[in-house]
Design a protein around this ligand. Structure first.
Ligand SMILES: NC(=O)c1ccc[n+]([C@@H]2O[C@H](COP(=O)([O-])OP(=O)(O)OC[C@H]3O[C@@H](n4cnc5c(N)ncnc54)[C@H](OP(=O)(O)O)[C@@H]3O)[C@@H](O)[C@H]2O)c1
Length: 212
């Protein structure tokens, strides 16, 4: 039987050279209209997902503030359970979810569940992303927004789990830093352009569908 998964849109704002953060962690790339699109997509989504590095480095709230709508579930992928339970994204009990592996002990998991954070165990050794998205679907998540970082986006694209890629190109060059799609093996995916829009007089927002 084919496991069902949420409709999944990746949203990232990157430099002209495809970076989402500098080596020192600078990642402020959005302009006001880009923030509005980001928050409208959060309001559309049942859940917003980030990787563990983004959760720790940026401590995002993942709430809807620049648009009208309800707050989504806030999900982090964290095989090693390294994210602190005190993160902003977990500030409302019942709204936070951690996706980890089946190897994690009940003791370690209880640190999160005691604070009202749900824990999904998917895969051994590393997180099985397909199982993870299927578990989110079973929790009622039909529309998923992914806000990076690059490692998370790469894994989801590699496993054929992304339906749309929304990229905003910011008028800046980093030269080095974290890549928007950050993997260590070749990943050949065709895209088709769904729309293109200039924001704030200099940023370019592109929406792609994926050809698998
Ligand atoms: N400009 C933007 O739009 C934007 C958006 C988001 C992030 N960022 C920046 O991007 C940087 C972080 O990106 P990143 O690529 O380093 O990391 P990331 O994708 O945020 O997190 C990577 C981590 O997530 C976990 N993970 C992801 N996929 C997994 C899988 N398939 N299986 C198991 N674990 C998985 C792993 O954590 P474990 O080690 O626990 O296994 C992995 O080390 C930050 O500097 C942030 O500021 C920028």
């Amino acid at each position: 039987m084919v496991a069902l998964k949420p409709y999944t849109i990746v949203f990232s704002t990157m430099s002209v050279d495809g970076r989402i953060a500098t080596e020192t962690g600078f990642s402020k790339l959005s302009c006001e209209e880009d923030f509005e699109l980001q928050h409208r997509l959060r309001a559309w989504a049942d859940a917003v997902l980030v990787g563990a590095n983004t959760a720790i480095k940026d401590d995002p709230s993942l709430t809807v503030r620049r648009a009208v709508g309800r707050n989504p579930l806030r999900v982090v992928i964290d095989a090693a359970l390294k994210v602190p339970p005190t993160l902003e994204m977990f500030s409302v009990p019942g709204k936070g979810v951690i996706i980890t592996t089946e190897d994690q002990s009940d003791d370690k998991i209880s640190i999160y569940t005691e604070r009202g954070i749900s824990v999904i165990r998917a895969g051994e050794g590393s997180v099985d992303l397909r199982k993870a998205l299927s578990a989110l679907f079973d929790m009622g998540v039909r529309r998923l927004m992914v806000e990076g970082g690059g490692t998370t986006t790469y894994g989801l694209l590699r496993d054929g789990l992304v339906d749309e890629l929304w990229l905003t190109v910011s008028p800046i060059i980093f030269g080095m830093g974290v890549q928007v799609i950050n993997g260590n093996a070749s990943l050949l995916r065709g895209l088709y352009l769904k729309s293109l829009r200039v924001l704030c007089g200099g940023w370019v927002h592109l929406r792609y569908g994926i050809i698998y």
